[in-house]
Design a binder for this molecule. Structure first.
Ligand SMILES: CC(C)(COP(=O)(O)OP(=O)(O)OC[C@H]1O[C@@H](n2cnc3c(N)ncnc32)[C@H](O)[C@@H]1OP(=O)(O)O)[C@@H](O)C(=O)NCCC(=O)NCCS
Length: 162
């Protein structure tokens, strides 16, 4: 019996918040010592997928990376922290925002380096999309992000139909 979204209790973003920390090694970097964009994208996808799976209670696949904005370089020797937060869910899709920070562990200085918006789709054992819980935003910021992500989701649906 396929599950329906309405039968699943909504979840707050804090219930699926995911954080991953890694150290940067020379093999992660280019010839000027900056972490390769692909390495950062990989970390984004892992952290985002963890948050999406925690929300969905299902295996998810990456459907879309809508924005991947590299604002500042990350250097060898720094630690990288990726923080992923679910902002909205459609019927089977989960929208996740990921922020990546670089931290110097000695000075404890931390700066935002990368932001990403990723869409995951939950799949069942037959690898077909399956319903996920709705998102129940709590804070003012979560409500704003929810409305923005919902507008983008609705717009994509309209464009897909056009
Ligand atoms: C993602 C995938 C499961 C969707 O399957 P599908 O048969 O196209 O599913 P549907 O058309 O029924 O759409 C299911 C959901 O996915 C969403 N979706 C599908 N493609 C999407 C895309 N490119 N961007 C955003 N959302 C997308 C739909 O909007 C829908 O969301 P909703 O249920 O919340 O409204 C399928 O395209 C797939 O397996 N893609 C490859 C995933 C993968 O291997 N990722 C790793 C990176 S290569």
């Amino acid at each position: 019996m396929p599950r329906k979204q309405a039968s699943l209790p909504a979840k707050a973003p804090r219930e699926s918040l995911a954080e991953i920390v890694q150290q940067v090694f020379p093999e992660d970097a280019n010839h000027v010592g900056n972490v390769l964009g692909g390495r950062v994208a990989h970390l984004v996808d892992i952290a985002g997928g963890l948050a999406a799976m925690r929300h969905a209670g299902r295996v998810v696949v990456t459907a879309r990376i809508g924005e991947l904005d590299f604002r500042e370089p990350i250097h060898i020797g720094e630690f990288v922290l990726a923080r992923a937060r679910v902002v909205f869910a459609g019927r089977t899709s989960v929208e996740v925002h990921v922020e990546v920070f670089a931290e110097n562990p000695l000075s404890r200085e931390r700066r935002l380096t990368t932001r990403a918006e990723v869409t995951y789709v939950a799949i069942d054992d037959a690898r077909k999309p399956v319903a996920v819980p709705a998102v129940r935003p709590e804070s003012v910021e979560e409500k704003r992000l929810f409305e923005e992500a919902k507008a983008a989701y609705d717009s994509r649906k309209r464009n897909a139909r056009a």
